[in-house]
Design a protein around this ligand. Structure first.
Ligand code: SF4
Length: 289
C-alpha cells in the first residue's frame, strides 16, 4: 500500500516544511477512492503538506512541526498559501507519522520539545489529528496544536485532553477587521478559546501585526481584551502572547500560485511599532514577546 519515501531537499527556513522527506506516503492509485475516504474519516490517513524540525518556534524546545493541508480561512497575509487546499497534500498514514515522532523522542526529551500540528488548519482533519495527538501522548511526547480556532467545534474533548498547548491565532479583535483579514467570522475562535480555558488547556495567543490591516489601535486593544478574558476564565491559561511582525517571505509563494496578493506593497512594522503593540498586551498583565 505504501510507496517509497519521498526524498526532497532538507528543510529550510521557509515557513512550511520542505516536504515529506523520510515519511512514507500512500500511493492514491493503490487505494480505492471510497477506501481512502473511509480511512480519512477514521483518521487512519491524513492529507499532509510537509514537516520540519524547528527550535524556538511553534512551542517549547525542538519540535517536529507537521503542516496539514486544507484551511477554511483566506488570510490576506497567509504565509502558507500552498497548504490551503486539502487535495494539495500527500496521503500519509497516522502510523507512519507516529513512527517519525517516536524516532525523535530523545531530542524532544532533551530539549523539552515535542510535536506541533500546524497547517493549513489542523481541525479540517480532526480524526487524523486526534490519532496523532493520542499516539504522541502514548509515546510520552509533548503535543501542541497551532490553530485559528475557527473550526474549534471539530475538536473533541478527548483531543483537547491529549493537547498540552494550543497556539491560538487571534487574527483580529473586532468582527469587521477579522472578516476583512480572513473572510470569516471571529466568534468561533473566541468560543474555542473560552472552551480551552475552561478545560484547563494552556494557550499561547498569537497575533500577526500587519501595518494598515491589523494595527489599528482599537483592533489591537480588542485582541488584548480577548486574551485577557481567557486569562480571567482561568488564571494561567494564557502563558504568553506572541506579537508576530508581518513579513513578505510568502510573496513568492503567492506569485507562484498565480493568486492575487493584496499585501504586495505592505511593509513590515517597525521594531518600535511592534514593541508598542506588545506593550498594549503587557498593560493587560499578559507576558508578551
Ligand atoms: S489560517 Fe493560516 S493557513 Fe489558513 S489562510 Fe490563515 S494564515 Fe493561511
Amino acid at each position: 500500500m505504501t510507496a517509497g519515501p519521498v526524498l526532497l531537499d532538507a528543510p529550510s527556513r521557509r515557513r512550511a516544511g520542505a516536504g515529506l522527506r523520510g515519511i512514507e506516503t500512500v500511493d492514491p492509485a493503490e487505494v480505492d477512492r471510497s477506501d481512502r475516504l473511509a480511512m480519512m474519516r477514521s483518521g487512519e490517513l491524513g492529507s499532509v503538506h510537509s514537516w520540519e524540525l524547528v527550535t524556538a518556534v511553534d512551542g517549547p524546545g525542538t519540535r517536529l512541526t507537521v503542516f496539514l493541508s486544507g484551511c477554511p480561512l483566506r488570510c490576506l497575509y497567509c504565509h502558507n498559501p500552498d497548504t490551503l487546499a486539502m487535495k494539495d497534500g500527500e496521503p500519509v498514514l497516522a502510523d507512519d507519522l507516529l513512527a517519525r515522532v517516536a524516532r525523535y523522542r530523545g531530542i524532544f526529551s532533551a530539549t523539552g520539545g515535542g510535536i506541533t500540528l500546524s497547517g493549513g488548519e489542523v481541525l479540517m482533519q480532526p480524526a487524523f489529528a486526534g490519532r496523532i495527538l493520542r499516539g504522541a501522548k502514548e509515546l510520552g511526547v509533548h503535543t501542541t496544536l497551532d490553530t485559528s480556532g475557527f473550526l474549534g467545534a471539530n475538536a473533541t474533548d478527548a483531543m483537547l485532553d491529549d493537547t498540552d498547548l494550543v497556539l491560538l491565532d487571534i487574527k483580529s479583535g473586532d468582527e469587521d477587521t477579522y472578516r476583512r483579514v480572513t473572510g470569516r467570522s471571529l466568534a468561533p475562535t473566541l468560543r474555542f478559546g473560552r472552551r480551552l480555558a475552561e478545560r484547563g488547556v494552556t494557550v499561547w495567543v498569537r497575533f500577526v501585526l500587519v501595518p494598515g490591516l491589523t494595527d489599528d489601535p482599537a483592533n489591537v486593544a480588542a485582541v488584548a481584551r480577548h486574551a485577557a478574558d481567557l486569562e480571567s476564565v482561568r488564571p494561567g491559561t494564557v502563558e504568553r502572547v506572541e506579537v508576530l511582525p508581518f513579513h513578505q517571505m510568502a510573496r513568492d509563494k503567492w506569485a507562484a500560485l498565480g493568486r492575487d496578493y493584496e499585501l504586495d506593497g505592505t511593509e513590515p512594522p517597525t521594531p518600535e511599532g511592534t514593541e508598542a503593540v506588545r506593550e498594549v498586551f503587557r498593560a493587560h498583565g499578559l507576558t508578551t514577546y
